[in-house]
Design a protein around this ligand. Structure first.
Ligand code: ATP
Ligand code: LTN
Length: 351
């Protein structure tokens, strides 16, 4: 059934004969197991997932099939899947409040991906910024998985009647395409999919590289000093922040012509829950050195509880396995139900 989002954050499902019952909005988001989970992923996405968990009906997914567009080693992918699952749990995702699972465990994602490709234009996929960035002029040597990536992402989202997709800024275009694909399907076959809204926060949606504040902090950056991994030990964090590039001048202020300081102040502000203006005031006239020393300690303190939980989870691999298996069962039950509707709408099989 299609439910409409309301500004109150609640969706109202029709139920003939009964008073309308508010139901929680459905949230879906995914993250690729492609290597070192970094502060940008945490501040732009996962921290928000955790903070909003109790408000919504949530599904969070380790999108290993998406990672196949970049990862070619079997062992690396397995290891990344396990590490990311543990990291999500260590960051505070709670299986009592959220369904957490591995994408490839629910085959309906790939099936819907194929079906949606019939309402997706080749030109739309070639225009995606992420495709253009990652394909980077490699022409014929780019896998078609990289091109198809947003169709699979649309399938992930549309499969679960998702209202809200909490992501970083870089994913906005993919969510817009998801809406276009869903709307086109609905126009052709009748109302089937809920059209999702991106949930992108004003702060933290685009944490920048520590070495080049014009580029986003990215898992695929070749330089380890460009990002802070959530697993970095305190000394590594201190060293990376000490050597992070700054802007010309000496004042600790956020401004359009000070992208490096703006980025560092954003990180500080989000992790300490203090407004940027208060930090600017505190460090007025103190220079970059004192600011960076304190920032490093703020980051170290924020990572400590996550790293402690991660150590426990790493020591007990069966814990995550059971949670993910249960998550896949719960996600599959919803996905099978939706796919029956989609197949029928499209006239697949004998009916
Ligand atoms: P890659 O750079 O290899 O594409 P990634 O670091 O972007 O990887 P993803 O798995 O693609 O990681 O993204 C997971 C989530 O983290 C997404 O919601 C994405 O928008 C968010 N995210 C990624 N990088 C940043 C960043 N620098 N700032 C804020 N959010 C980010
Ligand atoms: N492309 C996303 C990962 C992703 C995703 C999703 C995010 C795959 N499927 C569904 C939100 C909803 C990225 O972050 N790079």
């Amino acid at each position: 059934m299609v439910s409409e989002s309301t500004p109150s954050g609640l969706a109202v499902e029709e139920n003939p004969g009964a008073a309308p019952r508010p139901v929680r909005q459905k949230v879906f988001s995914g993250i690729q197991p492609t290597g070192n989970f970094h502060l940008g992923n945490y501040l732009g996405a996962i921290r928000n997932w955790v903070a909003q968990q109790s408000e919504y009906d949530n599904i969070f997914c380790v999108v290993d099939l998406h990672a196949l567009s970049q990862t070619t080693s079997r062992d690396t992918l397995r290891e990344n899947n396990r590490n990311l699952a543990n990291m999500l749990l260590a960051s505070g995702l709670d299986p009592a409040q959220s369904i957490i699972f591995i994408q490839s465990d629910v085959r309906e994602h790939t099936e819907l991906c194929w079906l949606l490709s019939s309402v997706t234009m080749d030109g739309e996929l070639r225009r995606m910024t992420q495709f253009k960035d990652k394909a980077g002029g490699r022409g014929e040597r780019v896998s078609s998985a990289l091109l198809f990536y947003p169709v699979l992402q649309a399938a992930d989202i549309l499969l679960y009647d998702t209202n809200l997709v909490p992501v970083g800024e870089d994913q906005k275009q993919h969510i817009e395409l998801t809406r276009d694909i869903g709307a086109r399907f609905n126009a052709r076959y009748g109302e089937t999919f809920v059209l999702p809204q991106p949930d992108i926060k004003a702060n933290g949606a685009r944490i920048m590289s520590l070495e080049d504040p014009t580029k986003k902090m990215s898992k695929s950056d070749a330089s380890p000093n460009a990002s802070i991994a959530l697993t970095d030990d305190p000394d590594t964090i201190r060293r990376k922040i000490r050597r992070a590039v700054t802007d010309s001048g000496t004042e600790v202020v956020a401004a359009p012509d000070k992208p490096a300081l703006t980025n560092l102040l954003t990180i500080y502000s989000l992790l300490s829950n203090e407004p940027i203006a208060a930090l600017e005031e505190r460090y007025a006239g103190k220079g970059y050195g004192a600011f960076k020393t304190d920032l490093a300690e703020v980051v170290v303190a924020a990572m400590a509880p996550i790293q402690a939980r991660l150590a426990d989870l790493d020591a007990n691999p069966d814990a995550a396995r059971a949670i993910l298996s249960d998550g896949a069962d719960r996600a599959r039950a919803r996905a099978i139900f939706k796919m029956a509707e989609v197949r029928d709408r499209m006239g697949i099989g004998l009916g």
